[in-house]
Design a protein around this ligand. Structure first.
Ligand SMILES: [Zn+2]
Length: 74
């Protein structure tokens, strides 16, 4: 499935990701087609490959699959 574009991360979004802040929304990684919740313990992806979505549902609808480490509750 072709991935649909999400929102590009802003600087605060990126900082939240690196800090593993607990907040709403999820981030997809274009190179893997996987999305994570903020706060996921997985290694941060390259910023250029990040796309943000408002919810796991939106990321799924865009063609991303849930991360095995943080997405099982989606
Ligand atoms: Zn994850």
């Amino acid at each position: 499935m072709k991935l649909q574009p999400g929102r590009l991360p802003s600087d605060p979004d990126w900082q939240d990701l690196l800090a593993r802040a607990s907040r709403g929304g999820v981030y997809g990684v274009t190179t893997t087609g996987i999305f994570c919740r903020f706060g996921c313990p997985s290694r941060p992806p390259i910023r250029q490959n990040l796309r943000l979505f408002d919810s796991a549902k939106a990321a799924t609808a865009a063609g991303y699959r849930a991360c095995k480490r943080c997405g099982s509750a989606a």
